[in-house]
Write a protein that binds this ligand. Structure first.
Ligand code: NAI
Ligand code: SOE
Length: 383
């Protein structure tokens, strides 16, 4: 198989995770990186052993060698850069959220289809082995039965204190929704993927726990640390939610609820989902990704361990190590990129990765959540 050349735009927290994941595929070379300015681009290229460094992403898009571009920049740049990647007729892997508004994301879906290139979005949690197993269990009415309810949460503590700061707190850089768009979007995507059901109505209560936060006068990279002196900080009003409780209605008539909280002490990145079916229930926790709980009334509950020999045949290729050899966060993007690049290379059929359509769907749900919280009522999702 010939080598496919990739370019990465943005190398903060998630950009290097993309670099590492595509390199593990074996047939993809990360040939170029783009950052804000030549100096930073060259430093990052050196650090990540990437041959070409561009101080402006437009130069990377003009590079004829690059076939696939990964957009790992902050949210406010997703729409413009994704649009330019499509105009350059390159395949695109975007970080979530796809754009800042549903008008933009709808436009990106239209442009992506017209460009005839491969378009993917990094809803990485779908590609964990036991999530794939849960998805297969839900496909078969024999295993789960009718799904009555889905409930869970996405909890983090990295924004717990009023002096925790990141660009995600600024609506102009992140969007009008924060906790829901940043992490609730993963949860909604995941439950819809696992169950095959679609969220059609929401009722939301969004809360800003810290209406004033202390912003450092210097820039801080995501997760970069928390030790700053009081004189380095200034007060800033916050208009986006730290916390949200959301009631959900699905197209099958099933019901659900989601709690998101970026101020939940001790919870680092706890995406938790529980699905109640008429024959059994399932529960999965991203922080314990190698275990899937199966709850039964008329027999003992079980914990399915991530062991290829125990997985549904269609889920087996998402596990790369034997049971007891745990797989985790970096393996989700690797499996997604395997599916995307395999399709580009012609070795996989496609249809097994999240696309711009899924990215748009998440933004439509976020819009409905924001509207519901503002108007204090149930709101239909307008896809
Ligand atoms: P970050 O702030 O750590 O990194 C952003 C990078 O983009 C920085 O290196 C910055 O210099 C660069 N950048 C900014 N403007 C640029 C420009 N004009 N050209 C080139 N580079 C530019 O942010 P982080 O945490 O890496 O998040 C980036 C995106 O990835 C966000 O949209 C976030 O929602 C998403 N994300 C997704 C994750 C997932 O699990 N799917 C995990 C973490 C982030
Ligand atoms: C920060 O909340 C963050 O990095 C999100 O941006 C990611 O999408 C999530 O997967 C982990 O947390």
């Amino acid at each position: 198989m010939s080598t496919i050349k990739a370019g990465i735009i943005g190398t903060g927290f998630i950009g290097p995770a993309h670099v590492e994941a595509v390199r593990r595929l074996g047939f993809v070379e990360v040939a170029a990186v783009a950052e804000r300015g030549d100096e930073l681009a060259q430093a990052k290229a050196k650090q990540l052993s990437i041959p070409k460094a561009y101080g402006d992403y437009k130069a990377l898009l003009a590079d004829p060698e690059i076939a696939v571009v990964h957009n790992c920049t902050p949210n406010h740049l997703h729409f413009a850069i994704n649009k330019e990647i499509l105009a350059a007729k390159k395949h695109v892997v975007s970080e979530k959220p796809l754009a800042m508004t549903s008008i933009e994301s709808r436009e990106l879906v239209r442009l992506a289809k017209a460009a005839g290139v491969v378009h993917a979005i990094n809803f990485n949690y779908r590609y964990m082995p036991l999530v794939q197993h849960a998805h297969q269990m839900c496909q078969s009415a024999r295993e789960l039965g009718r799904i009555f309810a889905v409930h869970g949460s996405y909890l983090q503590d990295w924004l717990l204190q009023e002096n925790d700061w990141n660009w995600r707190l600024v609506p102009e850089l992140s969007g009008d929704s924060r906790a829901v768009a940043d992490v609730g979007s993963h949860w909604c995507d995941l439950v819809q993927f696992i169950t095959g059901m679609r969220i059609v109505r929401v009722m939301a209560d969004l809360v800003t726990i810290h209406p004033i936060r202390k912003r450092p006068k210097v820039e801080v990279e995501t997760y970069a640390g928390k030790v700053l002196r009081p004189e380095d900080l200034e007060d800033v009003p916050i208009n986006t939610e730290d916390y949200g409780s959301i009631l959900l209605e699905f197209d099958t008539g099933a019901h659900g609820s989601l709690t998101v909280n970026q101020c939940a002490a001790g919870r680092k990145n706890r995406l938790y989902v529980e699905i109640d079916g008429s024959k059994c229930a399932l529960a999965w926790d991203q922080e314990r990704p190698n275990e899937l709980w199966v709850g039964r009334r008329d027999g003992p509950n079980q914990v399915v361990l991530k062991d290829p020999s125990l997985l549904h045949p269609a889920a087996r290729e998402y596990a790369h190590y034997p049971g007891g050899h745990n797989e985790g966060y970096p393996d989700g993007p690797k499996n997604l990129f395997r599916n995307v690049y395999g399709f580009i290379a012609g070795t996989r059929p496609g249809g097994d990765f999240s696309t711009f359509v899924d990215g748009h769907n998440e933004i439509a749900i976020c819009d409905a959540v924001l509207k519901s919280s503002r108007e204090r009522r149930w709101v239909d999702v307008e896809y």
